[in-house]
Design a protein around this ligand. Structure first.
Ligand SMILES: [Zn+2]
Length: 286
């Protein structure tokens, strides 16, 4: 079985600030960044991915492919990765955070470094895709990146079997996708910008062991598929974003800051989601 790892960054042990996960070029926009803090966090992100890779091979994986899934998707340190992997880096990718899920033989999906959905209390760096997307609902059920990506992967027949990140991210992922997802909480969220962490070395031990179990049991896991004709609703932080997103064919404006559409399946959902997010990504003071 081939394993795909969708590697995000905010849920990494030791990470609690945007400074940890923002590459320094973001400083151009006026946001505070810190090269040293970012470099340390990306090394720890890479080490957690390696722990998951080691566990996956111990559990019987034939191949592990890693998809860098954070921000510009150039965070993993290639030379530090386990030499058995192939990896995807860079943006834009048609399948975004699950690029590679369409490759022949991919049988299960891991989430590493995952975070909770927008609005979650006591969850470090909780958000959904962007700081300006307030909520995503699938047939009325609020979800985050764990749900968006599960729906796309499910359309390719690939189930999620492992998640590591903060405790709320793990609980939300398992709450939506079920107990087939092995969860490893590397930190307990205290607030949006604080957490009680395990020691990073202990976190990696637990990730390795959890990943091994996840692959051993993966053949019994079922993909999460979007109900046919699923009603998708997105709430933005500002009406100007909804103005733009509603130009996407098939999408309607249903509220002051809310758009909606009907998705035929997970693949169609993923494409329209990317289109509306691009359309809504505007300067707020043109
Ligand atoms: Zn991220």
């Amino acid at each position: 079985m081939k394993v795909l790892i969708s590697a995000d960054m905010e849920g990494t042990c030791g990470v609690v600030s945007w400074v940890h996960v923002m590459p320094p070029e973001y400083g151009d926009g006026g946001e505070p960044t810190n090269q040293t803090e970012y470099e340390r966090a990306r090394a720890r992100m890479t080490a957690e991915v390696n722990a998951a890779v080691e566990g996956a091979y111990a559990g019987g994986a034939d191949e592990v492919i890693v998809n860098d899934s954070h921000d510009g998707m150039r965070n993993l340190l290639p030379d530090e990765l386990d030499r058995r992997v192939r990896f995807v880096s860079g943006n834009d990718k048609p399948l975004g955070m699950v690029q590679g899920v369409d490759l022949d033989g991919v049988g299960c999906l891991f989430y590493t470094g995952y975070h909770a959905k927008a609005g979650t209390p006591a969850a470090p760096l909780a958000h959904t895709w962007s700081g300006w997307l307030n909520d995503v609902r699938l047939d009325g059920v609020s979800t985050g990146e764990f749900g968006i990506n599960a729906a796309v992967a499910g359309a390719y027949g690939v189930p999620v079997v492992f998640v590591c990140g903060d405790d709320k991210a793990v609980a939300q992922t398992q709450g939506m996708l079920g107990a087939q997802v092995v969860g490893v909480a590397v930190k307990e969220g205290i607030s949006t910008f604080a957490a009680l962490h395990l020691h990073p070395a202990r976190a990696r031990e637990l990730i390795r062991d959890g990943a091994e179990r996840a692959v051993r049991d993966a053949s019994a896991a079922t993909p999460w598929t979007l109900p046919a004709g699923c009603r998708v609703e997105l709430d933005f932080d500002h009406q100007a974003r909804a103005d733009q997103a509603a130009f996407v064919p098939g999408v309607e404006r249903v509220g002051e800051r809310t758009i909606a559409w009907e998705a035929a399946d997970g693949k169609a959902f993923g494409r329209t989601f990317r289109a509306v997010m691009k359309a809504a990504s505007i300067r707020m003071s043109p």
